[in-house]
Design a protein around this ligand. Structure first.
Ligand code: HEM
Ligand code: HEM
Length: 195
């Protein structure tokens, strides 16, 4: 039988990653919550669209900084530590999934195993939302219905109605389960000491 893959030592997140995560946490959740309201973009008066657009652009800026940090930042923030999903990394994910079935929470270093895979999914979802949002920011004319290519992009953007809550449910659910099991790393993303 396969030997379990050992977890990477628990590296700490650097303070710039924590700052960017805080920005994402605030802007991305507010952008998601105001998404429906942005449906008023076709009306002459479109406060919901204006508010959502600002929050969306804020999210896109924090996200762009996180992506840049993932390529050019310090060692522990780099995506090369978690992607691509090579055989060994996939084995960690599978081990974590098997563990969950037997009600055992994964204990990994940051970005490793199932948690890391889910975090990659989150970054991909928000990149999708930011990219489609920026196209609308540039080309959608408020006060009238969207047509043609802009309408198609708007429909692709609407996937966020499902993708964002699916990501948040898994991500925040994992944080809550870890906290209930005595792992209080949630405190670090609010600039508090872990213990
Ligand atoms: C990453 C940031 C963003 C997130 C997480 C986000 C999320 C969402 C969500 C969840 C919806 C609701 C979709 C639905 O109810 O079907 C929505 C709608 C919308 N968003 Fe965004 N959005 C972001 C950025 C932007 C930006 C920058 C713009 C620029 C204009 C924008 C424009 C719109 C418009 C016009 C709608 C209404 C679509 C409709 O109801 O027909 N979004 N957004
Ligand atoms: C209510 C909202 C959120 C809470 C409570 C939360 C909490 C956390 C916690 C506790 C960690 C682990 C930190 C560690 O391992 O030391 C984390 C990591 C992470 N979260 Fe969130 N998070 C939230 C929203 C988001 C959003 C909206 C995104 C969007 C992509 C996101 C993406 C990530 C990523 C990528 C990481 C890994 C750290 C990094 O490299 O940036 N989180 N989060």
């Amino acid at each position: 039988m396969d030997q379990p893959v050992t977890a990477k030592p628990s590296e700490k997140l650097d303070s710039f990653t924590i700052l960017l995560h805080f920005g994402l946490m605030i802007f991305a959740v507010l952008a998601w919550l105001t998404g429906d309201w942005a449906g008023d973009y076709k009306k002459i008066s479109h406060l919901g669209f204006t508010v959502h657009k600002m929050l969306g652009i804020g999210t896109a800026l924090f996200l762009a900084a996180r992506l840049f940090h993932g390529f050019c930042g310090p060692e522990q923030a780099r995506f090369s530590n978690w992607v691509p999903y090579t055989r060994d990394r996939l084995r960690m994910v599978l081990e974590d999934m098997r563990g969950l079935v037997s009600l055992k929470l994964p204990e990994r270093g940051v970005h490793q195993g199932l948690e890391g895979l889910w975090e990659s999914f989150g970054l991909a979802v928000f990149t999708w939302m930011a990219a489609t949002g920026i196209v609308m920011f540039l080309f959608l004319i408020p006060g009238q219905k969207a047509h043609g290519a802009v309408r198609l992009v708007k429909e692709l953007h609407e996937w966020g109605e499902w993708l964002v809550p699916i990501f948040l449910a898994g991500h925040v659910g994992a944080v809550i389960l870890h906290a209930l099991a005595g792992d209080h790393r949630w405190r670090t993303v609010f600039f508090l000491k872990e213990n």
